[in-house]
Design a protein around this ligand. Structure first.
Ligand code: FAQ
Length: 350
């Protein structure tokens, strides 16, 4: 295909997390001058304009705080629910090596959820409350995790597409204006890069295998391509939150811009792998310097977001059960913390 790169890199160099870490180590927002109590909004605006970070101790507009809690909580819920589609294959992985890799990946996703809930807590959110909202269907999680994993090739395609899309979306969030979120994203993105590589390597191995294995890979690609494009959210002209989130530098790029980057990144990788992306309109556009591609089914995205996807009920049911079954762990941890605190108090008094 004209314009396709000769050397396939999984993550374009300009998105190196290392580079972004340097970019994000700006100074924290300075404390507002004590003699200017009315200047808090101006101080906040100036901090954002200077590309400096807002930290938990800084004053922030209520809308900024709420938007961050909404996005970070949805992101955390996505990581936790996102353990399920691949988790279903841990017991069926074809070798000990694949089982160990998959186990580690799914555990990483749990860790990402926990960093993100912690980031939300710095904004005054309560983790139990966020979990309750998810379980009661009052908060969202990513549409992508409502699709079934029908074969082991799906594990590879999730790593390649879903973690690849997560990297496109999340590397710019390492420069998000809210410090704890941006810092959590640095570590998360490093781990997502490993996840993407393991998926691509698994698919490469299958493509070198039998005809049946190659068919499994192509079938998984056909099923996951469009839902992966939908992960980036509705088109810009139907994205009610984008303008404000971008003005606050919570989001750094629009949904369509990130979707296009993902397509540009993935096309040469698909060629190298030897699979066909299921979009007859996909072609390199010399003039724009990007790929043209077809329109995702936005009605499907809306249906899945509203709870009517292929696996929404199953995912939520599993999440509710896991929460109930984990009650004893939370009770034990709370009792242990209370005992430790009582011991420390007694020790201090002695
Ligand atoms: N699914 O105005 P916008 C991962 C909602 S983590 C469900 O454009 P915004 C790692 C949106 O919330 C994947 N809902 O919204 C992994 C809003 O609803 P609200 C998660 C969606 O916030 C890999 C409404 O539609 N990543 O993959 C979706 O500006 C493998 C209007 O939309 C993140 O969360 C959707 N796809 O942009 C784990 C990244 N799209 O709240 C396991 C951080 C939109 O007004 C295995 N989040 N909605 O009721 C973001 O960048 C943004 O929140 C967007 C949405 C881009 C997701």
């Amino acid at each position: 295909m004209p314009g396709a790169r000769k050397h396939v890199t999984l993550i374009p160099n300009e998105w190196s997390v290392g580079k972004l870490v340097t970019m994000t180590t700006t100074h924290a927002a300075e404390a507002p001058p004590p003699d200017a109590p009315d200047g808090l909004q101006e101080h906040f605006d100036a901090t954002i304009a200077r590309d400096q970070r807002i930290e938990p101790r800084d004053w922030m507009p209520e809308g900024y705080r709420k938007t961050l809690i909404r996005q970070i909580a949805q992101h955390a819920h996505s990581e936790i629910i996102g353990m399920q589609p691949e988790g279903e294959w841990i017991t069926r992985a074809p070798s000990l090596r694949r089982k160990a890799i998959l186990f580690a990946k799914v555990q990483d996703e749990a860790g990402h959820g926990l960093y993100l809930y912690s980031a939300a807590e710095t904004l005054g959110a309560d983790r139990d409350d966020l979990t309750r909202r998810l379980i009661e269907g009052r908060q969202k999680y990513s549409s992508i995790f409502n699709y079934p994993t029908l074969s082991f090739a799906d594990v590879g395609v999730i790593g390649w597409f879903v973690d690849g899309a997560a990297i496109c979306n999340q590397v710019p969030l390492c420069r998000s204006s809210y410090g704890p979120y941006a810092r959590a994203m640095v570590r998360i993105c490093k781990e997502e890069s490993f996840h993407q590589r393991q998926g691509y390597e698994l698919l490469m191995t299958m493509m070198r295998g039998t005809d049946a294995q190659r068919e499994m890979v192509q079938d998984a690609v056909d099923r996951w391509w469009w839902p992966s494009l939908m992960m980036f959210g509705p088109p810009d002209d139907a994205s009610p939150n984008s303008a404000r989130s971008m003005a606050w530098k919570i989001k750094r790029h629009s949904n369509d811009e990130l979707r296009r980057r993902f397509v540009d990144m993935t096309v040469p990788q698909a060629e190298k792998l030897g699979v066909t992306l299921p979009d007859p309109q996909l072609r390199w556009n010399e003039e724009s310097g990007h790929h043209d591609f077809g329109t995702p089914d936005w009605d499907e995205l809306m249906r899945v977001i509203k709870g009517d996807g292929p696996c929404n009920d199953r995912r939520m049911e599993r999440r509710r059960t896991a929460h109930e079954e984990g009650a004893w762990v939370r009770e034990a941890a709370t009792a242990h913390a209370a005992k430790q605190a009582a011991r420390a108090e007694k020790g201090a008094a002695a």
